[in-house]
Write a protein that binds this ligand. Structure first.
Ligand code: CP
Ligand code: NVA
Length: 300
C-alpha cells in the first residue's frame, strides 16, 4: 500500500494509524527493533528539517535503516527518468519516501515500484503532516465534532488536512484571500468524505471562520518554490495574519497549530506562536510518532 494521498489508507486505515501513533508515543519501546533490516529511502527535492529528522529518527527507533537522498545527487527527472529511478531504488529499498515539487512524480513512482511509496510533501498534498495534525488535535479533545479554522493559503498542507479531517469528523473552515482557495476538486472530495456531520467551508470572512473554533491552523503564505511571490502575497494575506486579536475569537480552550517552519510576523505573531495554547512543538514532535505508526502499518 502507498501513502501518496492522505486518503490512500481509507477512513478506517487512517483512524487505525492515528491510534497506533498515540500508542507508539505512549510506549516507544513496544516497537523498538521491530523492523530491523528494513531499508527506507528518504528523498528530498526541497529543503526539510522536521520531515527529514523525524523520519530518520522514527526509522532508527524501529531498527530500520534510513537512507537520505538529495535531488542534487539523484537528479530525479533530469539525470534519470522518474520511472527508472523508481525501478532502480525498488531493487535496493523496502520503502520509498519522497518529497517532490510535482505531485505527478509521486504517481509515476508508485506505478513503477513494488515498495510502498510515501509522500513527504508535494505541491498537492502533505499527508504525513496531516497525520501529526490530527494526532495533536486528538490530544486536546476527541476529533469528531471539532471545528478547525485553516487560515491563509489553500495549499498542500490545507488539502491533506481538509481531506483527513473530514474523514475523521472534523469540520474545516478554510479562509484566505480571493484566488487562494484550495482546489475545488479537493474541496468536493473532502465534502464527500465527511462523516459525523463535519462541514467543509471555504470563505474569505476570516472572523466568522475563526469564531468559536477548537483550533486555528496556519501555514506560510508562500510555499517552497513560490519565494518570488512572497512580497505580493504578504500584501494580500496580511488581513489573514493569526495575531492575538484573531486568535482571541477562537474557543476559550482553542489551540494554535502550524506545520512549521513559521515566518513569524507574517502569517503568525510571536504572541500566538508562543501562546500557552499553542501546540506547534507538540505537532512537530508528533511528526515522528505518526511517521513511525505509518511505517509500521505499511510494512506489516
Ligand atoms: N512541516 C514540515 O514538513 O517541515 P519541514 O519542511 O522542515 O520538513
Ligand atoms: N506549504 C509549505 C509547507 C512546508 C512544510 C510548503 O510547501 O513549503
Amino acid at each position: 500500500m502507498d501513502f501518496v494521498h492522505v486518503t490512500d489508507l481509507g477512513s478506517d486505515g487512517l483512524a487505525s494509524v492515528l491510534q497506533r501513533a498515540a500508542a507508539v508515543k505512549a510506549d516507544p519501546s513496544a516497537s523498538a527493533g521491530s523492523r530491523t533490516g528494513l531499508k527506507v529511502g528518504l528523498f528530498f527535492e526541497k529543503p526539510s528539517t522536521r520531515t527529514r529528522v523525524s523520519c530518520e529518527v522514527a526509522c532508527i527507533d524501529v531498527g530500520a535503516a534510513p537512507l537520505v537522498l538529495k535531488q542534487e545527487e539523484v537528479g530525479l527527472g533530469k539525470r534519470e527518468s522518474v520511472e527508472d529511478v523508481a525501478r532502480v531504488l525498488d531493487r535496493y529499498l523496502d520503502v520509498l519516501a519522497f518529497r517532490v515539487f510535482d505531485h505527478s512524480n509521486l504517481t509515476a513512482l508508485e506505478a513503477n515500484a513494488e515498495a510502498p511509496v510515501i509522500n513527504l510533501l508535494s505541491d498537492l498534498e502533505h499527508p504525513c503532516q496531516a497525520l501529526a495534525d490530527l494526532q495533536t488535535l486528538a490530544e486536546n479533545k476527541p476529533l469528531s465534532g471539532q471545528v478547525v479554522a485553516f487560515v491563509g493559503d489553500g495549499n498542500n498542507v490545507c488539502n491533506s488536512f481538509m481531506l483527513a479531517g473530514a474523514a475523521m469528523g472534523v469540520s474545516v473552515r478554510v479562509t484566505g484571500p480571493a484566488g487562494f482557495d484550495p482546489p475545488a476538486d479537493v474541496v468536493a472530495r473532502a465534502r464527500a468524505l465527511a462523516v459525523d456531520g463535519a462541514e467543509i467551508v471555504v470563505t474569505d470572512d476570516v472572523e466568522s471562520a475563526v469564531r468559536g473554533a477548537d483550533a486555528v491552523y496556519t501555514d506560510v503564505w508562500a510555499s517552497m518554490g513560490q519565494e518570488e511571490e512572497a512580497a505580493e502575497r504578504r500584501r494580500l494575506f496580511m488581513p489573514y495574519q493569526v495575531n492575538e486579536n484573531l486568535f482571541g475569537l477562537a474557543a476559550d480552550d482553542g489551540i494554535f497549530l502550524h506545520c512549521l517552519p513559521a515566518h513569524r510576523g507574517d502569517e503568525v505573531t510571536d504572541g500566538v506562536a508562543d501562546h500557552e495554547r499553542s501546540r506547534i512543538f507538540d505537532q512537530a514532535e508528533n511528526r515522528m510518532h505518526a511517521f513511525k505508526a505509518l511505517l509500521l502499518t505499511l510494512t506489516e
